[in-house]
Design a binder for this molecule. Structure first.
Ligand code: SAH
Length: 361
């Protein structure tokens, strides 16, 4: 794909209008194109039969309907988890995971290729930072997931009515740190939310951050009420700094203060992610300190929920996963102290598609 062509998914409605104005097309055509991209969700100009043939050809020859090249598709969980490995125009890897459930479907999207945050337990961090996704590169992953969902449903049940089946949730928990690529990430959210376009409800987005305080505060002031998840992983500064270098910049107390500001401004509950590593951060005393951090004696409890994630193996990492007993003990302590808490149900471990396993291969 030649890079001098504009990627249509990178263009706002205004930029599409500007492109068509330069081409000498009437303004309503740009609106039609926007609807093709985000309402009909077609990526093939040949199907845009309300356009004159010359315009369809021009679109095919001079623009790109996406730039991600599919390198490999892996399926697991009886086909219900589908991971695609992409190649970006510059050659960097990117991954997207579709998780299909009987009554809903979630896509886990990447915001960067690689990641600069260097958390020791995560496979993506091992790649280092490679590339900030453009808004179009984020949007394309979602549109792929929806097409993949429909194809899967059609193949598994030819009688089913699938035209109206949509993705239920978009989670930014793939490769990268969304708040490290805030502008592009947020542009993709606003575009996918647009009621005149893709029309995904704000509450159906969840962004997960390593704990970049400026991003949390910025999100607190956005108009769209998307969900926020924060990777906490331990209540203790020393251990957190050893596991997650970001903690040296934004230590636990500052992170919790920013989270308080966020919940007070938005009145929305946040979730804290807590990856459980055997005999590192899964002791009952740590659960107790976590409970005290989230429900301090002298302040109102934080409006939150804890999501425990038994660590998924990353090759070459000298860590181990907490066994079931330790996970349940940890959860019991939190519950005893009034902290709402669930254990994340895993998907895609057999195809390295689970949390923290996306390493571009
Ligand atoms: N950069 C964002 C999104 C990352 S992935 C963030 O840090 O939140 C989403 C979640 O998976 C994060 O909570 C991350 O800490 C967690 N994770 C990373 N590696 C993991 C692993 N090997 N097993 C389980 N969860 C992991």
């Amino acid at each position: 794909m030649s890079s001098d062509r504009p990627n249509l998914y990178d263009l706002s409605p205004g930029a599409l209008a500007e492109l068509f104005r330069r081409w000498g097309e009437p303004a309503y055509r740009a609106k039609q194109l926007y609807r093709h991209l985000y309402v009909q969700r077609t990526a093939d100009p040949a199907t845009m039969t309300d356009f004159p043939k010359a315009l369809r050809d021009r679109l095919a020859n001079e623009t790109a309907f996406g730039v991600l090249r599919k390198k490999q598709l892996l399926t697991g969980d009886d086909g219900m988890t589908r991971k695609v490995l992409w190649t970006l125009p510059g050659g960097d890897p990117l991954e997207t995971v579709l998780m299909i459930y009987p009554d809903r479907a979630t896509v886990c999207v990447s915001s960067q290729s690689g990641c600069p945050m260097q958390c020791v337990f995560c496979a993506t961090g091992k790649l280092g930072f490679l590339h900030d996704c453009t808004p179009g590169e984020i949007i394309e992953q979602v549109l792929w997931a929806e097409r993949e969902l429909k194809a899967f449903l059609a193949a598994s049940n030819p009688q089913a009515k699938i035209e109206n089946r949509r993705l239920s949730n978009i989670v930014f928990m793939g490769m990268g740190e969304p708040f490290n690529n805030y502008d592009n990430w947020w542009t993709s959210v606003e575009r996918l939310h647009d009621p005149d376009g893709y029309d995904m409800g704000a509450r159906n987005f969840t962004v997960s951050t390593v704990g970049l305080v400026p991003g949390i505060l910025r999100l607190a002031d956005e108009a769209l009420p998307v969900n926020l998840a924060i990777s906490l992983h331990t209540p203790d500064d020393d251990l957190r700094s050893a596991m997650m270098p970001v903690n040296k910049r934004y230590p636990v107390a500052e992170l919790i203060e920013a989270t308080r500001t966020y919940t007070e401004k938005t009145r929305r509950r946040v979730s804290f992610e807590y990856v459980l590593l055997k005999e590192k951060n899964d002791f009952p005393e740590q659960a107790l300190r976590l409970a005290q951090l989230l429900r301090p004696a002298d302040r109102p409890p934080l409006l939150c929920h804890v999501n425990l994630i038994p660590w998924n193996p990353v090759p070459g990492t000298p860590l181990s996963r907490s066994d079931r007993r330790r996970v349940l003990n940890f959860q019991a302590v939190l519950k005893e102290h009034g902290v709402p808490c669930t254990v994340r149900v895993e998907r895609g471990v057999d195809i390295a598609a689970a949390c923290g396993q996306l390493a571009g291969g």
